[in-house]
Design a protein around this ligand. Structure first.
Ligand code: GLV
Length: 329
């Protein structure tokens, strides 16, 4: 029987499914550090990860490893050059999380614009003595201009929701989306700088790549309106968190909503010190139904990639399909 690692605590029924096909080594404890993950991968044919860093050294130390299935749409935790060089397949879990993640983008954006968590903290602290005409004044969502940076599947789901709020939609993306998508979303393609200048609410939904490192830093924040909000449901590292904390502190922008952070689960302490930022622990896809769907899709990928189950040999979401069928290097 082929051996796999499930690197993280996981829905038990998904692990049961995997046990029908594989000998399963299941880490039910803390996140494995690099050394422990290297050891646990060493004798495996496949692995199911969730954001765990998989490096060239780990692949080199695991000569049987043929596939790593990430339970996430983003896979910047994988060294893809090393995967390609070693002919190890990587898979991800796109699509099943689009709508839940877009919902959460709206939740964060609205909470930031309307100061929901800031007001709640104040209330819980027992500070509510009287109603006040100027208590927690925020910014409107309806009728405002939404700026979506990254118009992939989640960006499109996010933009689609803007219609109900009668918003103008601007977007920026590596490449323009098809005219029929632009028309359906009533979205206008603009340069990043123009989007930052014009949008009332900027939402980041782009993948993390080397080029996108600090795509939003002090220069970009300086272009935004002082009344604007910034929401990041994409990846830590796309925003320069220190520059953002500084902009929030000096009210160069009004507020931010952040689900992802540089170096998470550690946070830049300067962010924690600002009241005008809503902070959540990387939960944009975290609904019961969506996380189950992601876990099952990761399992489907692993099972199929290791040549068993109903779709043997045809994993639904290969990231680097070109390596399929090639001998391990
Ligand atoms: C979550 O961050 C994902 O990439 O799915």
């Amino acid at each position: 029987m082929q051996k796999i690692l499930v690197a993280r605590p996981m829905f038990a029924e998904v692990v049961e499914r995997l046990k029908q096909y594989f000998e399963v080594d299941w880490n039910t404890g803390d996140v494995l550090g690099a050394e422990a993950l290297t050891q646990r991968l060493a004798d495996k044919d496949g692995a199911l990860t969730a954001g765990d860093t998989v490096s060239a050294a780990m692949l080199a130390a695991a000569p049987r490893l043929r596939v790593v299935a990430n339970m996430a749409v983003g896979y910047n935790n994988f060294d893809m050059d090393a995967f390609n060089a070693a002919n190890v397949l990587a898979t991800n879990t796109p699509d099943v999380l689009n709508e839940s993640t877009a919902d959460f983008g709206w939740a964060l954006m609205m909470a930031a614009a309307r100061r929901v968590t800031e007001a709640e903290h104040w209330l819980r602290a027992g500070q509510w003595q009287k109603w006040s005409y100027d208590g927690f004044l925020g910014a409107d969502i309806h009728g405002s201009t939404l700026g979506v940076i990254g118009m992939g599947r989640i960006g499109q789901a996010l933009a689609r929701r803007a219609r109900g709020f009668n918003m103008q939609v601007l977007y920026h993306n590596r490449s323009r989306v098809a005219p029929e998508i632009e028309a359906a979303l009533d979205a206008q393609y603009v340069a990043k700088e123009e989007l930052l200048r014009r949008a009332d609410h900027v939402v980041l939904v782009l993948p993390y790549t080397q080029e996108n490192h600090h795509a939003i830093g002090a220069t970009e924040l300086a272009l935004m309106k002082p009344s604007a909000t910034l929401t990041n449901i994409a990846r830590g590292g796309i925003v320069d968190d220190a520059a953002l904390a500084d902009a929030l502190q000096h009210k160069r922008i009004a507020a931010a909503g952040l689900d992802v952070f540089e170096g998470e689960p550690q946070l830049n302490p300067a962010l924690l010190a600002q009241a005008n930022v809503v902070l959540t622990p990387h939960i944009a896809s975290a609904t019961e139904a969506t996380r189950r769907a992601m876990a099952n899709l990761a399992a489907d990928n692993l099972i199929a990639a290791l040549g068993v189950g109903p779709n043997a040999g045809h994993p639904p979401n290969p990231v680097n399909p070109q390596v399929s069928g090639r001998p391990r290097r």
